[in-house]
Write a protein that binds this ligand. Structure first.
Ligand code: FES
Length: 213
């Protein structure tokens, strides 16, 4: 399957596979895919480690604080929460505008399917604030880690009408800049939006929907 051929396919051309039931298996599948398929991307998308809890606390699922002030518009960083990569993307006005142009091509444009989108992210930008997108960077097909394809148009090998998004290197699933999967892709669902809240204008806490207590 070529990458380009996936975008904007007609309905009924693919049959989504079933996710492994064991989440840890999905994670390690993702790790294997990431190592073999997108090693270069790991260097391009910085991991943030400051203000994070100890390794033991992280493994137990402790919330992770992320400083937003160091993320320029048009870029993203990856934090780690519960052993999973969590993307924090700072969307530009052009990126935000592109989200409203492609609903007809998306499998679940309004995030109606249960389990992937908290109530506070059930909006056109799938986030608490339109310029900040937060999601778990694990493909909902078999757990690989998609790669950024932020350039609009065909500059990064994507179709001419591409509005920016993510491409999974394993089987070619495509997601927009709100993590919404396109129709007729191997991935059956949108990328997962984790619990998070804004501590202040420049800080989010991943792992909780609101401050404890
Ligand atoms: S793991 Fe198959 S398309 Fe992402």
């Amino acid at each position: 399957m070529s990458q380009d051929s996936n975008l904007y396919q007609q309905e009924g051309q693919s049959s989504p596979d079933v996710l492994p039931e064991d989440p840890s298996r999905r994670f390690w599948l993702g790790t294997a895919c990431a190592v073999s398929g997108v090693a270069g991307v790991a260097a391009a998308v910085p991991f943030v480690a400051s203000m994070n809890p100890s390794d033991r606390a992280k493994a137990a699922g402790a919330p992770v604080s992320v400083n937003l002030s160091a993320i320029p518009a048009g870029t993203m960083v990856t934090a780690e929460w519960q052993g999973k990569p969590v993307w924090i993307l700072h969307r530009t006005p052009e990126m935000i505008a592109g989200l409203s142009k492609i609903d007809q091509f998306l499998a679940d444009p309004n995030s109606d399917r249960p389990g992937y989108t908290p109530e506070y992210a059930k909006n056109t930008h799938r986030s608490r604030k339109e310029q900040w997108f937060v999601c778990v960077g694990i493909c909902t097909h078999l757990g690989c880690s998609p790669s950024p394809r932020f350039a609009m148009g065909g500059a990064e090998g994507m179709p001419a009408n591409w509005e920016g998004g993510f491409l999974c290197p394993c089987h070619g699933s495509q997601f927009d800049l709100a993590g919404r999967v396109f129709k007729n892709q191997p991935a059956p669902d949108n990328l997962l939006v984790p619990p998070y809240y804004f501590v202040d204008d420049n800080t989010i806490m991943v792992g909780l929907e609101q401050a404890a207590g």
